[in-house]
Design a binder for this molecule. Structure first.
Ligand code: GDP
Length: 473
């Protein structure tokens, strides 16, 4: 109305919060996770299931009928790419179902929900009628969140730590070779800088593919339109013993590292991260467990880093940016639980809870409400028990991506005690999910929705209840 318009012309940011508080409430839900964790599938399925609410029994406002309608609207931020919901949904539910293209950068989508007040016992409902709650979903790569740790480091410290880390990870030989050819004190030669950055990027990609989580700087894996620019053309160097003259490789790399922090990392936190109210962090825990103890250890550390980003006061720059605003709820969700028979789900949940407890402890965290669970945003399998050699195996059956054939596969076991995964000393001692997990690449199932098939997701409704349920009452 007039009031809002007048205020908007005055102070834009303030107007936004006024209209959010007194008029139509807005929930800004951040969805993150490392690449391939399942962000795109999660958002697409969440939106589809909120629009057609028949299969969300654990979201109370959906089950009770309090949400009377849900529809997409133009998002408030004009310069942020829109999450391409329609294309992603068409991929999943089309005649030849396939997985949508993954998240490469930040995007947004506004879903508006008409909510009947009083549906959950509110007092004002009868008087004021239905109100609109806007759910602004912000999709962004988890790699960008991990970059927060870079802000606290200078180039020398970052180089030292990164070079130490490289020794425990695969795919570093090419980078070591490039380093051996480079002299940090020599005058900058752009092709040398480019070769170093390219070899370093290749190493990060190999480490990521091998299941390692912290592969910062985040934009090296997902460069978007910054590919090839100087802010992405740097690499860690061994500290030179002598002086580093101006114009040397070391000095220039240091300058670019600082530019990356100032011109890439900070704007992301300022423009996107600082506005989030609720956050879901999606985790491909099964992939890390399958990759082995070192990948699990790395995942644990990445979860601690991520939780640390949400801890008030952790980073002085971020604290001054947030001005006391904080994320209210954080959910860590292990995705793709449909790779496991439901008899294994309690173990996966226990593992996520143990990882999260540990991350909370290490991040010295006292902030948002947190939860951990195991979900599948889009169930691609049904369950089946296979008899073989007198033993019975709890399998999941689905259509394989590579040949379109149906197969019932047994992923192997998860440990009953999460500590069996978390103890890095056990490297090589025990392997989990070591049966057919490796070949479990299922295509999205054709949605048949026969009675008894159950919902086409696993606990997506429970995740939604934790994240936004309280704001829909
Ligand atoms: P993003 O990089 O975080 O956006 O990840 P995506 O959402 O694109 O998911 C990456 C891949 O994980 C997909 O292409 C699927 O192969 C798989 N995936 C994601 N969610 C599910 C799920 O709920 N069930 C199964 N079976 N696979 C999933």
């Amino acid at each position: 109305g007039d009031l809002a318009d007048g205020v908007t012309r005055g102070v834009e940011g303030f107007a936004a919060s006024v209209s959010e508080t007194f008029m139509e409430p807005v929930i800004r839900l951040g969805v993150t996770g490392l690449s391939r964790a399942g962000k795109t599938v999660f958002i697409t399925s969440l939106v589809a299931n909120l629009m057609d609410r028949g299969r969300m029994p654990q979201l109370r406002a959906a089950a009770s009928g309090a949400i009377s309608s849900a529809y997409l609207q133009p998002q408030p931020h004009n310069t942020v790419p829109r999450f391409d919901y329609e294309t992603h949904l068409a991929a999943i539910i089309g005649p030849d179902p396939h997985w949508p293209d993954s998240t490469r950068a930040v995007s947004e989508l506004r879903l508006s929900l008409k909510v009947r007040q009083g549906g959950l016992g509110g007092l004002l409902g009868a008087v004021t009628g239905p109100r609109t709650v806007h759910l602004d979903i912000v999709d962004y790569p988890g790699e960008w969140l991990l970059d927060l740790a870079l802000l606290e480091k200078g180039y020398a410290a970052w180089s030292r730590e990164t070079l130490e880390r490289i020794d425990q990870r695969p795919g570093a030989q090419g980078f070591r070779d490039a380093l051996a050819m480079a002299d940090p004190a020599a005058k900058l030669d752009e092709p040398v800088a480019q070769a170093l950055a390219a070899a370093f990027t290749a190493h990060l990609q190999a480490a990521r593919a091998a299941g390692f989580s912290d592969c910062t700087p985040g934009r090296f894996l997902l460069p978007g339109e910054m590919a090839g620019s100087p802010v992405l053309t740097f690499a860690p160097l061994p500290a030179p013993s002598g002086a580093t003259p101006r114009g040397s490789l070391w000095r220039e790399m240091e300058r670019r590292f600082e530019a990356y922090k100032a011109e890439v990392v900070k704007p992301f936190f300022r423009e996107h991260f600082s506005r989030i109210d609720r956050q879901v962090v999606l985790v491909d825990a099964l992939g890390a467990i399958h990759a082995g103890p070192r990948a699990v250890e790395d995942l644990r550390r990445a979860m601690t880093e991520i939780l640390g980003a949400f801890r008030p006061g952790r980073n002085a720059w971020l604290t001054s940016l947030l001005l006391g605003k904080r994320v209210e709820r954080i959910l860590f969700a292990a995705t793709k639980a449909d790779h496991l028979h439901h008899t294994q789900h309690p173990r996966l949940t226990a593992i996520m809870q143990a990882l999260m407890r540990d991350a909370r402890r290490r991040a010295d965290f006292a902030g948002a409400e947190t939860a951990a669970m195991a979900i599948a945003a889009l169930r691609a399998t049904v369950e089946e028990t296979r008899e073989q050699g007198g033993e019975s195996y709890e399998c999941v059956r689905g259509r394989l991506l590579e040949n379109g054939r149906e197969a019932a596969l047994y992923p192997g076991e998860l440990p009953e005690d999460p500590a069996a995964l978390l103890d890095p000393a056990r490297d090589g001692a025990e392997h989990w999910l070591d049966a057919e997990y490796d070949v479990m690449r299922f295509a999205p199932a054709r949605l048949t929705l026969r009675p008894g098939d159950g919902p086409p997701h696993i606990r997506l409704d429970k995740a939604a209840e934790f994240l936004i349920g309280d704001r829909l009452g």
